[in-house]
Design a protein around this ligand. Sequence first.
Ligand code: PMP
Length: 411
Amino acid sequence: MINKEEIVKDFPILDRKVNGKKLVYFDNAATTQKPLSVINAISDYYKIYNANPHRGAHTLSVEATEAYEQTRNKVAKFINARSEQEIIFTKNTTEALNLVAYSYVNNNLTSDDEITICITEHHSNLIPWQQIAIRKGAKINYMYVDSDGILSVDEIKNKITDKTKVVCIAHVTNTFGIVNPVEEIVSIAHEKGAIVVIDGAQSTPHMKIDVQKLDADFFAFSGHKMLAPMGVGVLYGKKELLKNMTPFLYGGDMIEYVSEQTTTFAELPFKFEAGTQNVEAVVGLSSAIDYIEKIGYEYIEEQERELTEYALEKLNQIDDVIIYGSKNIENKVGVISFNVKDVHPHDTATILDRYGIAIRSGHHCAQPFMKHLDLNSTCRISFYFYNTKEEIDIFIDAIKKVRGHMGYGTK
Ligand code: PMP
């Protein structure tokens, strides 16, 4: 039996005060907080074995290399990749997706081809494809969702055509937290001979990922959204695809042999990791995976489901609150988008901050989706397993006061 109070104590920042109030951190989709074990792992790295990996013959460099490569191995097992050669460390999800865009799609797309993406995509999983499409004179085919943010199988079948070469889709959307039918998308895309790139930035923190079961060709995620530090992300790719791809960045540590006029490149995965890597973040990622595996995805999912159900029920009772997106808890992670009637989301977020509550407001890096829904911006709360119902109560009390702060009456 996992004790929630003990869990909360693992996160020192949750004990701090903001504007004289205890912090309520509901911006986990932007980045999660870090447990002491992760903070200590980074500090130990600098105190005990900081060195540049893969380069030195000395003990510190060997230890740093071991920590770095053992994490690669751990990540491969964590997402059930066939081999650690399929795991490339990047800076974040954004860099991982750009790597696929420039090293694979750029070399395999013609002006007759199409890239299919969903209108809900985060800009990180939209602009790279858009820019490659512009460069190649190819077309971007958008799959549209209904007003709840749900993507239908008919729409998927209509938009993945014989011309589609690449399908790019978020596993979970960052705006409404909707879990997309990625296995169905992969199967339809593969029937048409297209490859599938899954943006796992919002799914990996919340659910067990099995890239073999998903049959994803590429899968990207960020460490910082799952307890690890900023500055490390992961690109998983099927080995047969990665093997034939050109490097994304050129420089030290990714070469086999360099002569004056030509270069041959290192084996996988090193040909994609040019220059000194973010070892402290990789060490932190290793510790973050240990933490997640210790508490387990079952606990994470159960906590988030309870919190989301509770928050939706409480928010639903407030007439002045408009909730966006599907409320079907079976198909959703702990992300709720909403607005307080007549109040700009930035005002709502600023007022909540006075109560120590951190939420996100804006277009959530999804401007085409906002436009599709005829929305300008929304407020977004997003939970992680360390949040509590008591924090939701504090949030609900504060939300009821927002219109009053703006000089409106409450209905
Ligand atoms: N995709 C989705 C769905 C996201 O939510 C985010 C982060 N908000 C990203 C991609 C980009 O992640 P990062 O900034 O870590 O590269």
